[in-house]
Design a protein around this ligand. Structure first.
Ligand SMILES: Cc1cc2nc3c(=O)[nH]c(=O)nc-3n(C[C@H](O)[C@H](O)[C@H](O)COP(=O)(O)OP(=O)(O)OC[C@H]3O[C@@H](n4cnc5c(N)ncnc54)[C@H](O)[C@@H]3O)c2cc1C
Length: 386
């Protein structure tokens, strides 16, 4: 039997789950996921950091607009805290002072400048020669991604939404002014298709006959190693190299490292390269006195970027009823509360919520039209179901 809904959301990562939950408040929504479980790709592989000084200005606005949700989620949303404070310490050698100054300028007062001795007092595992100065974000934090995704999926189901896993979208065709979708688990008819397919978003657009936007998935590697025996590491800051050539942070009693890699790749079930694992360890060994002997686990995930590194949120300029929620790069977790509200408003044809505008979120900076020369920045194709 063909299922008929108002909105079909493609992809059950943090983007799809959050917008599906928002939309299900006032409409019939089906969320489809090609894998057997939600969150299998980028969402399940992140470093789970909330960093206010990350990304371009449009991303910072979205991060800022998401902060309250993480710190005080709606009653009943989560079964554990979503946010746990963790300072972020960006460090630079003499030759990286320019990079540190650029970070400080972009962060507009959010970060505190630290001397070498202040950095070493906060992070005594660093070798003195690897630090000339630092920048501290005292108000950053770890996010509980599992709890966040579960919260949105619970809300979605409570609002009557239907999640189908193992349901890859295979074909899209126009039907009665909307869409008919063939999936690996049957057919769905919907007025609007929401493309939240992460690394696969350009491919899903092609199924709809829409032009690809030049989204690039970039592989990033994570490595988990043991903490020094007997050391209490839980309150260590996250330490980030000024050129993002490495970072490390405590994670459930162990230490997560990354070489900060960003290798362009085709959409896939990303796996770590041995060279990237070795580079991560080498760089952390060079900058610290940590004694890394054993790798407990390693993984890689895809961070998918638009050419200007803004997310892409809005109706396609040439394909009616096809909505983009993609290009969340390395910030899709920390911006998900604001992005889902922005996306739901634009899909319904409503103005952005005041709280987003007050934090500087601007629909024109997110619109797919900005990536297509000569098209209007914001498309006027809002849906008026509600
Ligand atoms: C190593 C690493 C560290 C990161 N650290 C952070 C961090 O500290 N903070 C932060 O905010 N962000 C971080 N990120 C980025 C963050 O993980 C992503 O921006 C975010 O998870 C993107 O969510 P998404 O839902 O768009 O993508 P995904 O989670 O990849 O979800 C897309 C889903 O669409 C599904 N799909 C695709 N095609 C189809 C189809 N045809 N039919 C059905 N389903 C389909 C996929 O199976 C997938 O589950 C990190 C990422 C990585 C890899």
């Amino acid at each position: 039997m063909m299922e008929t809904v108002d909105y079909l959301v493609v992809g059950a990562g943090v983007a799809g789950a959050s917008v599906a939950a928002e939309l299900a408040d006032r409409a019939r929504v089906c969320l489809i996921e090609q894998e057997e479980q939600p969150g299998y790709h980028a969402t399940g592989r992140s470093a789970a950091i909330f960093a206010r000084n990350y990304g371009v200005a449009a991303v910072r606005a979205l991060t800022q607009a998401s902060e309250t949700f993480f710190k005080t989620p709606p009653a009943g949303f989560a079964q554990a805290p979503l946010f746990k404070p963790r300072q972020i310490l960006e460090i630079g050698r003499e030759d990286q002072l320019g990079a540190l100054a650029a970070s400080a300028a972009a962060a507009a007062g959010v970060l505190t400048t630290l001397s070498r001795s202040q950095v070493l007092a906060l992070a005594p595992m660093l070798r003195p020669h690897s630090v000339a100065a630092g920048l501290l974000d005292p108000a950053a934090g770890d996010l509980d991604v599992h709890e966040l995704l579960s919260g949105w999926l619970r809300l979605f189901k409570a609002r009557g939404g239907r999640l189908m896993t193992g349901a890859a979208l295979l074909e899209l065709s126009r039907k009665d002014g909307g869409w008919r979708a063939r999936t690996a688990r049957g057919e769905v008819q919907a007025r609007v298709v929401v493309n939240a397919a992460g690394a696969w978003a350009d491919g899903v657009a092609e199924l709809a006959g829409a032009a690809a936007l030049g989204l690039t998935p970039r592989r990033r590697t994570g490595v988990m190693v043991d903490a020094p025996p007997g050391a209490v590491i839980d309150d260590w800051p996250m330490v980030v190299d000024a050129d993002e050539l490495f970072y490390f942070k405590p994670d459930a009693g162990r230490i997560m490292l990354s070489p900060g890699d960003a290798t362009a790749t085709a959409p896939c079930d990303a796996a770590p390269e041995e060279l990237d694992v070795a580079v991560a360890i080498d760089r952390v060994l060079a900058a610290t006195t940590l004694d890394i002997r054993r790798v407990r686990s390693r993984w890689a995930g895809l961070r998918t970027f638009a050419p200007d590194e803004h997310p892409v949120v809005g109706f396609d300029v040439a394909t009616p009823g096809f909505f983009w929620l993609a290009g969340q790069g390395g910030f899709g977790i920390q911006t998900a509360p604001a992005l889902s509200l922005a996306a739901a408003a634009l899909i319904r044809g409503e103005p952005l919520p005041e709280a987003l505008i007050a934090n500087g979120v601007d629909a024109r900076a997110l619109s797919p039209g900005r990536l297509i020369p000569g098209s209007a920045a914001v498309s006027e194709m809002g849906d008026d179901i509600s």
